[in-house]
Design a protein around this ligand. Structure first.
Ligand code: NAP
Length: 339
């Protein structure tokens, strides 16, 4: 089979297209013929070494993907052969991700994909949707599970709603009944966040975004899903309601975080830092079940018309796909295994 590998951390040129033997699923595992591999910033950060040195002599990158189960290991229901699935955390703690014609994952990391959802949707779910689910389910006064109505009456602020995670935050929050406000950096991203389902979009780079958000939500925002904590903490604190939650999954821009501790105390603010790798099996299981329900409800579409443009590359150009993600491509970067 064809696979992308790297043997050293470094720039995208370390990625090579090679032939490898077909992997065999072990006990509790499934083998998936990959149709589409999804790339997230964590994939290029792992490749570059920014998040630590690689753990295996040879790594096939990418956590997310979608395809069809073609073999199962001992202890896995044989009727799963032929099942369309979306994968999450495929390369987490393992050397073989989804940038290959076939990969092997623990059976629970291959979630059935309903017939009405294409592989593009499946390959776009993992990191963004599971991260968004976590961000939306850690509020003290809010639900631990998402379903229609779970966030009724709540106001969610999706920072950077034209990003992949921001997009999933908007879609899941909207599906669950929240009023969704998204910050964006300009008209094109405003169009995307609106297409994703945001009720209100606010340009964080001009005017008085805090006053604009307060006008929409006079009592404050219940949950902020934050992509750039250092840059936005002052804004978040200015619009947060008492006992509100700031869920941080990124610090894009790398600005140091300066906390007004007194204001945070007065508001009884809850900070929740989110990293998918260590979120725990219970939270992951809850998130996959709720995301599955949202997919079945048609709530997580992708594509420009739904606020997430798709940027595609063939497997042989995975290095270019990494460059695109690294340089901040707008939308979701996908690698096609069937072209
Ligand atoms: N902790 C986790 O488990 C986890 C999971 C997923 C992602 N992440 C991290 O989260 C970050 C985003 O991932 P992604 O896949 O969503 O990337 P992405 O698709 O590139 O989106 C990032 C978005 O953030 C926006 N942004 C940047 N600075 C901003 C600011 N100051 N205020 C508001 N928006 C801002 C960008 O738009 P503008 O620059 O135009 O505003 C862009 O739309 C990455 O650093 C990634 O590594 C972490």
């Amino acid at each position: 089979m064809k696979a992308i590998i790297y043997r050293d951390n470094g720039d995208p040129d370390v990625l090579r297209l090679v032939d490898r033997d077909l992997p065999t699923p072990g006990p509790g595992e499934v083998r998936v013929r990959i149709a589409v591999s999804g790339i997230n910033p964590t994939d290029w950060k792992a490749r570059s070494g920014a998040t630590g040195s690689k753990q295996f002599p040879e790594v096939t990158p990418h956590l997310d993907g979608a395809g069809t189960i073609d073999a199962v290991g001992e202890g896995v229901d044989r009727s799963r052969v032929g099942q369309r699935v979306w994968l999450f955390l495929a390369a987490a703690g393992r050397p073989t991700g989804t940038a290959a014609e076939f990969t092997v994952v623990p059976a629970e990391r291959a979630v059935p994909l309903p017939d009405e959802a294409g592989f593009d949707i499946g390959a776009s779910l993992g990191v963004p949707a599971l991260t968004a689910h976590r961000a939306l389910t850690v509020d003290e006064d809010g639900p631990r599970r998402l379903r229609p109505g779970a966030l009724d009456g709540k106001v969610v602020l999706a920072a950077g709603g034209a990003g992949a995670v921001g997009h999933a935050v908007i879609q899941l929050a909207r599906w669950a009944g929240a009023t969704v406000i998204s910050t964006i950096s300009g008209p094109e991203k405003a169009r995307l966040a609106t297409a994703a389902g945001a009720h209100h979009v606010i340009n964080y780079r001009e005017g008085d975004p805090a006053a604009e958000i307060r006008e929409i939500a006079p009592d404050g925002v219940d949950i902020v899903a934050e992509v750039a904590l250092g840059a936005n903490l002052a804004l978040d604190m200015a619009v947060l309601r008492t006992r509100g939650t700031i869920s941080t999954y990124g610090n894009d821009g790398g600005k140091p975080v300066e906390l007004d501790a007194m204001r945070a105390m007065v508001l009884n603010t809850r900070f929740q830092f989110v990293v998918l790798y260590t979120v725990g099996s219970e939270a992951l299981a809850a998130a996959t079940q709720d995301v599955d329900a949202a997919v079945r409800g048609g709530a997580l579409p992708v594509g420009e018309e739904h606020g997430l443009p798709l940027v595609r590359f063939p497997l042989a150009r995975t290095a270019d796909a990494h460059r695109a993600v690294e340089s901040g491509a707008v939308g979701k970067v996908l690698v096609d295994l069937t072209s």
